[in-house]
Ligand binder design. Structure first.
Ligand code: PLP
Length: 870
């Protein structure tokens, strides 16, 4: 008989061991090795059995064992020391506090919204890179002392577990999670009752959600859960699965995450006595409705919609993660209308939203407008509700500026106000203990904070090649052991008998060049590129002198039959007795498998279709462990490949896709055969591949400080959070008459005036003076423009001379922009602007003049997407 529901009953800990409880529910243990070792010591066998999960461990350890430990002085001393260390970690001033001490103007709180969070394998609330990134963001925010609150959903069954059928087809299962068995506690109010967030649904229904709190070091992570008796049957299942269900299901999830998320934060801050966060960060567009909810709050507090929008924009940061339009979340406008609309109450701007009272429905719809009027675009909403936006690598920033150019018409793509911050990975989570230990030795300190300083990594120059090689070899050996265990499990699951599996004991070799390829399986990642020429791959695997072994893993979205077929292709190739000891597809890629792969693989392979990999982080985790990347120049690798820290697979642009796959696969085989393997197998008298080891050393020194999530979170803080907080403080400040939000009102009124005036703004004349007959580089040119400002004041616009090289069609290439000064008024209400500037380049040169709106509270003159050219 199968139980309908399961839950976890925890044992009663002896008083003396009470701190174990506390250490188990703060997820800091997941990146603190000494705490993990302490839990292992409780019961090493059980620790493995429960998958290294402290809460699971404490749920099953015998009372007898606990009594023993309560009398074990050595254990108690370790426990007390780690408990004190946690206290210290949670309270001592860190980077953020030090920066404030030094005068930095940082926000007093940041709310970080994401649909998934990958913190630890025992909390499988993620599907892939986006979630792991969000988890690493929280951990680094904790290490740096940011006052950040994470917000997301708690899924009943998280992402799926993957297994394979006998013929290699992906199977999904969805084990239910039991919140009581997870390191979570319910947010409760003063009455000790769980807080319930409420959201109006169509047909007079209400969606309720309770709020679980996970503690990630210093960072609280609020997870909304709709599985409560207050909901009707259908609404209970809103948080059943991550990325499962249809659009109707998904819009409810996103309404809950965005709108419910803001409400959860308000309740949490009130209960905890924390200040309301100043800055809101949307990690991808899924939680974009949070901006609409904040507008509703401000309207409720007495602001008009445009002022509220100004305040929300000033304090919102939007990060886009996809370089493909098809990857963007979109809903039918009709669906958004159904969920948000229909109050029947009319305001001056038409019908008010029922879900967000006081906000006109049409304005909400307009936030998500795109060129197809029947579609509501979540990324466009994110960009319209955030004054600051970024992509996740330099190349992805560039691709995003082009992709979203239509929101800033009239501007060249490079002027679209979307910046970039390259992703990073959390070193204490992803670096092998051997490297962490070496790092501590080289730092002469337990404190890994200094890893952010590039100079510190130079100390690796003092480490002997033997030591580096011995760490690499040991990590490879551990990986091979793990691969054998997983292979056996998978073959048994697929119906093999134990007696047929003798070969697994010697499958894979701890001394063979090990290449890893693990990631989700959307088409652009090209899981099967390596199979383009199966004979050639087989030859590389089985080479007598220089063999290669290949470990492949990855999950396909359950609805993606094409992805499953790719997996099957790999499985069928790898199943054959000729090669199965050198290539394997391991099912159920997750954080625990990933970690051993990053530790142990010598080479990390990545072959996406450029530029579709926004950043990619698995290669960074490999690099942090001395793995060498072998990758298409996409995402982060485009930026940081330096010729010596790995290999680039050249991109074959401008040919059809099949031909491109042929060319890029051939380049991959060539590199493996002619560069990678020879270097790995070239040994000195002591058996050390010295040239390889030097590449490992160089990779660590060059990439180590760059790929860190702490670098990323610092960048976000300095380039996005702090400017957003400053903008917010300026917009909410009182005006000269003492009215709060005075500046926001002014800016909102300015936006409306500019929008109205803009069609009539024009440059009527441009005159040039001063150039000699044969202009030379550096010759001075004076430009004067006559501008009709249609009622705007001269100081409310920015007039620029734009000069540079021109191509055959007179298009300006990378022009310089020179501000023009207001010099007086002309005829017929015009204004005159002028500048004198040296010619910036030689060759065919051209110029023009343009007018842009200008206001001190805008993040830039391009922000509003308005421009008038001469
Ligand atoms: C890092 C990581 C990813 C993301 O890898 P990509 O390079 O972005 O494909 C996905 N899944 C897991 C488990 C990871 O650890």
């Amino acid at each position: 008989m199968k139980a309908l529901r399961r839950f976890t009953v925890r044992v009663h800990l002896p008083e003396r061991l009470a701190a174990l409880q506390r250490l188990s529910i703060n997820l800091r243990w997941s990146w603190d090795r000494p705490t993990q070792e302490l839990f292992r010591a409780v019961d090493p066998e059980l620790w493995q059995q429960v998958g290294c999960d402290p809460v699971g461990l404490l749920g099953q350890v015998t009372p007898k064992r606990l009594d023993e430990l309560a009398a074990d002085e050595e254990f108690l001393a370790r426990l007390d020391a780690l408990n004190a260390e946690l206290d210290d970690y949670l309270t001592r001033p860190l980077w953020y506090q030090q920066q404030i001490e030094n005068g930095a103007e940082f926000p007093n709180g940041i709310a970080y919204f994401s649909m998934e969070f990958g913190i630890a394998e025992s909390l499988p609330n993620y599907s892939g890179g986006l979630g792991i990134l969000a988890g690493d963001h929280l951990k680094s925010a904790s290490d740096l002392g940011l006052p950040l609150i994470g917000v997301g959903l708690l899924y009943r069954s998280g992402y799926f577990r993957q297994s394979l059928t006998a013929d290699g087809w992906q199977q999904q299962s969805y084990p239910a999670l039991d919140p009581q068995g997870l390191p979570l506690h319910l947010l409760t109010g003063a009455d000790n009752k769980p807080v319930l967030v409420r959201i109006a649904m169509p047909d007079d229904r209400t969606l309720h959600a309770r709020v679980w709190v996970a503690q990630v070091g210093r960072i609280p992570l609020l997870l909304l859960d709709s599985d409560v008796p207050e909901n009707d049957h259908e609404l209970r299942s809103v948080t059943d699965r991550l990325y499962g269900g249809d659009q109707e299901h998904r819009i409810k999830q996103e309404i809950l995450a965005g709108i419910g998320g803001v409400r959860a934060i308000r309740a949490f801050c009130e209960i905890e006595g924390r200040p309301a966060p100043e800055v809101f960060h949307m990690n991808e567009g899924h939680a974009g409705f949070l901006g609409a909810e904040r507008i509703r709050e401000l309207i409720d507090a007495g602001l008009d919609l445009d002022t509220a929008l100004t305040v929300v924009r000033s304090s919102t940061v939007f990060t886009t993660h996809t370089p493909v339009p098809a990857g963007i979340d979109r809903f039918p406008v009709e669906m958004v209308r159904r969920y948000f609309g229909g109050s029947g109450a009319d305001g001056p701007d038409g019908e008010m939203s029922r879900l967000l009272p006081g906000v006109p429905l049409e304005r909400i719809i307009a936030f998500g407008a795109e060129n197809d009027p029947s579609v509501f675009n979540m990324a466009h909403m994110g960009l319209r509700l955030a004054q600051r936006a970024n992509g996740v690598s330099r190349l992805h920033g560039k691709v995003s500026r082009a992709m979203f150019n239509s929101l800033w018409p009239g501007f060249d793509p490079d002027e679209v106000p979307i910046g970039s911050i390259t992703n990073g990975v959390h070193a204490p989570t992803w670096a092998a203990p051997q490297w962490i230990e070496l790092g501590r030795e080289l730092l002469g300190s337990e404190d890994l904070d200094k890893l952010r300083e590039p100079a510190v990594w130079q100390r690796l120059n003092k480490v002997a090649p033997e030591q580096i090689w011995s760490i690499r070899s040991e990590l490879r050996r551990r990986l091979v052991e793990d691969v054998r265990v997983r292979l056996r499990r998978s073959w048994l699951e697929r119906g093999a008998a134990e007696a047929e599996l003798g070969w697994i004991a010697t499958a894979f070799d701890p001394d063979v060049l090990t290449v890893g390829f693990a990631r989700r399986v959307p088409t652009y990642k090209r899981l099967t590129l390596m199979l383009r020429d199966p004979q050639r791959l087989e030859k590389l695997l089985l080479d007598e002198q220089r063999p290669i072994q290949l470990i492949v893993a990855g999950k396909s979205h359950p609805a993606d039959e094409g992805g499953k077929a790719l997996i099957q292709q790999v499985v069928r190739f790898a199943d054959r007795p000729e090669v199965r000891h050198r290539i394997a597809f391991l099912p159920d890629y997750d954080m625990s498998m990933a970690r051993l792969l990053y530790w142990g693989c010598d080479v990390w392979l990545n072959n996406p279709l450029r530029p579709l990999e926004a950043c990619g982080t698995s290669g960074m985790k490999s690099a942090l462990n001395g793995g060498l990347n072998l990758s298409i120049r996409d995402g982060w690798w485009d930026e940081w490949y330096d010729g010596e820290n790995g290999w680039e697979i050249p991109t074959a642009d401008g040919v059809d896709e099949a031909r491109r796959d042929d060319l890029e696969a051939a380049a991959l085989y060539d590199l493996l055969e002619q560069s990678v393997a020879p270097k790995f197998y070239e040994r000195d008298d002591n058996g050390i591949p010295t040239r390889w080891v030097e590449m490992v050393r160089h990779t660590l020194i060059a990439l180590g400080p760059k790929v860190l999530a702490s670098r990323m979170v610092q960048d976000y803080t300095e380039k996005y959070y702090a400017p957003a907080a400053r903008s917010l403080r300026r917009t909410v400040a009182a005006d000269s008459a003492g009215e709060p939000f005075g500046a926001a009102r002014e800016l909102a009124a300015y936006r409306l005036r500019v929008a109205e005036a803009w069609p009539d703004v024009r440059i009527t004349d441009v005159d040039s003076y001063g150039l000699p007959d044969t202009p030379l580089l550096g010759s001075e040119l004076t430009l004067t423009a006559t501008v009709q400002l249609a009622g705007l004041r001269p100081d409310e616009v920015s007039v620029q001379a734009v000069l540079g090289r021109v191509d055959e069609s007179d298009a300006l290439i990378d022009p310089v922009k020179v501000p023009m000064r207001h010099t007086g008024s002309g005829d017929g209400g015009t204004e005159l602007f002028s500048t004198t500037t040296p010619l910036p380049v030689a060759g065919p040169v051209g110029y023009t003049v343009r007018v842009l709106p200008h206001h001190p509270l805008l993040a830039g003159d391009n922000e509003l997407g308005l421009v008038r050219l001469a």
